[in-house]
Design a protein around this ligand. Structure first.
Ligand code: PEP
Ligand code: MG
Length: 580
């Protein structure tokens, strides 16, 4: 019987295919007291699971694409080393004998002991390695309990042409998914600007999040249609629906092909105002898509994906190599490298394994706060960015600044690195621009104080909206409040653009609002002249720019700024978007 379920469409497009279900079911581990005569059997059971875990990891390792710039191989290698360490290979056996308990329980107590030792480590990055121990232990426990392992599925199974349905996908999971040729995905949790959603858009695959409790209604291998534009999933569709969606797929293909025609047109409005249209990337490989759509500069290079699915943070050389690769592909255009924005929704490993996480990670030690606390993590990146600046146009951007002291501190560290480079005759661009992301309302309110400290700004609406409206961008329960058209958000954007223009500092927008076709004309009307968008939205945004007449837009945009009624704002926005 066919069935329709609704969620939040976060990446446009239609996909039709067979469903593959990934479930991160939590493991309930209980203790069983075993009679003495069964202990040898339990040890054998443990040994089998332990060797199976090794086989799984070796298989994942063998399937990692050779051209992967993410160090998954190093990550798997570390898991193999942990697995073979006597802490996980011998001590659990001793514990089975000592406590006369089942293997899962012995692993649980041993894991707790190891994790306690990790907790005492000062370095936050190393402390986070306890997640790897937990993941290795969970892998053996899952085998012991006969549970499937979702990350094993992602790394090993042939999921090409599959539609993945998961309870949740971490950014680390989505990194694994990049190599699969998955048609689309749908998750039960997650918000519109969660990183999983952003990655889906950058991969140009349809995606839906927030499909509450959908999995009981969908069986593995059933045919589903994902409509990422409307946030609808059709399970076992009838012939009529299949026909309708195939037609829509065809229309979309034609629309994309037609957009290709403006690939080399300049992004100038009808009344002759040039608009800078940059692109957001997450991986050096994204440069292939950038070239495919005819993109030029990179307005946001999110570097946190260099840190994911691995044990140790990337070294200076790895950073440098990634940045050089991007610069090489850019052929003289500029790249804005954002210093790492880890924490909150961008954990280095799967946050589901975290126990000692902050009560409110979005307001906690993330982005520049984490970097300034853990400079061993930060300095190699700063050194690599500075070195890369000798090879092309590099701008450095600091995320989540909320206090001017943070900029002062970063600049001090950079000055020390420059002095070191001068002493060692290492080349760098002394005029490299240093800017910030405008994501915390406090900074938008204090633009006049901020201006003297920076060379440029970029509005990160994903976080700016989250912090202005006090709603978690990843929490689908409050997603209905996530509103880029809230008057407070619009005022902060307008204030920032005006203040930057007055100070003569370049300002752009790299949050997802700038990639959303509904808001382009409004942003133009508010005075925005530089957009940085996800690669798949690039041509669509360009087309809107080419078809816009700024003189006409400004008048309606000003009217929008004067009303507090959402109904009026939406009506005016519609008028704005149909203007010729
Ligand atoms: C933003 O907050 O708008 C942004 C671009 O940064 P991120 O989505 O990576 O947090
Ligand atoms: Mg942000």
């Amino acid at each position: 019987m066919s069935l329709t379920l609704h969620g939040l469409g976060v990446s446009k497009g239609i996909a039709i295919g067979k469903v593959h279900i990934l479930k991160h079911e939590p493991l309930e581990i209980s203790e069983y007291c075993l009679p003495k005569q069964h202990l040898d059997e339990e040890i054998l059971w443990f040994e089998n699971a332990h060797s199976l875990a090794r086989e799984q990891l070796q298989e994942i390792s063998a399937r990692i694409p050779k051209d992967s710039t993410v160090d998954i191989a190093g990550f798997i290698e570390a898991h193999l080393l942990m697995l073979d360490d006597s802490l996980l290979s011998q001590i659990p056996r001793d514990l089975i004998y000592k406590h006369q308990c089942n293997a899962e329980w012995a692993l649980k107590i041993q894991c707790e002991t190891i994790v306690q030792r990790f907790e005492q480590i000062d370095d936050p990055y190393l402390r986070a390695r306890q997640d790897d121990i937990k993941q290795v232990v969970t892998r053996i426990q899952r085998i012991l309990r006969g549970y499937p392992d979702p990350s094993f599925d992602l790394a090993v199974k042939d999921l090409s042409h599959a539609i993945v349905l998961a309870d949740d996908l971490s950014p680390a999971d989505t990194v694994l998914m990049r190599h699969h040729g998955i048609l689309a995905f749908a998750t039960e949790y997650g918000g519109t600007t969660s990183h999983t959603a952003i990655l889906a858009r950058s991969l140009a695959i349809p995606a839906i999040v927030g499909l509450h409790r959908a999995s009981p209604y969908i069986q593995p291998n059933e045919t589903v249609i994902i409509d990422g534009t409307r946030g609808v999933i059709l399970v076992e569709p009838d012939e009529c629906s299949l026909h309708y969606y195939k037609m829509r797929q065809y229309d979309e293909k034609r629309y994309r092909a037609a957009l290709g025609k403006i690939k080399s047109s300049p992004s100038i409005t009808r009344d002759g105002i040039p608009i800078t249209l940059d692109i957001n990337i997450e991986f050096p490989e994204d440069m292939i898509t950038v070239q495919r759509v005819g993109g030029e500069g990179i307005g946001l290079y999110r570097t946190e994906f260099l840190f994911m699915n691995r044990v140790a943070p990337p070294k200076e050389e790895e950073h440098f190599e990634a940045y050089r690769q991007v610069l090489h592909a850019l052929k003289g255009e500029a790249v804005t490298i954002r210093t790492v924005d880890l924490g909150a929704d961008k954990q280095v490993t799967d946050s589901r394994y975290h126990e000692g996480v902050a009560t409110n990670p979005a307001l906690g030690l993330r982005a520049i706060r984490l970097c300034l606390k853990d400079q061993k993590l930060f300095k190699p990146q700063l050194r690599a960015i500075l070195r890369a600046s000798a090879f092309g146009k590099v701008r450095m951007m600091i995320p989540m600044v909320c206090d001017l002291q943070e900029i002062v501190q970063v600049k001090k560290i950079i000055e020390n690195i420059r002095n070191d480079f001068r002493e060692k005759s290492i080349e760098f661009d002394p005029a490299m621009l240093i800017g910030v992301m405008l994501e915390v309302p406090a900074m938008a309110i204090c633009m006049d104080f901020l201006m003297p400290h920076i060379d440029f700004l970029s509005i990160g609406t994903n976080d700016l909206i989250q912090y202005t409206l006090a709603i978690d961008r990843n929490d689908e329960a409050v997603n209905y409040l996530y509103n880029p058209l809230h008057p407070a958000v619009l005022r902060l954007i307008k204030m920032s653009i005006d203040a930057a223009n007055q100070a003569g500092k370049p300002i752009s927008m790299c949050g997802e609002m700038a990639s959303d076709s509904r808001y382009i004309r409004l942003l133009l009307g508010l005075g925005l002249r530089t957009f940085s968008v996800n690669p798949e939205s690039y041509l669509e945004v360009k087309q809107i720019i080419i078809n816009s007449n700024l003189t006409k837009l400004t008048h309606i945009a000003n009217k929008i700024m004067k009303t507090g009624s959402q109904a009026d704002i939406l009506e005016l926005l519609e008028t704005l978007n149909i203007q010729v």
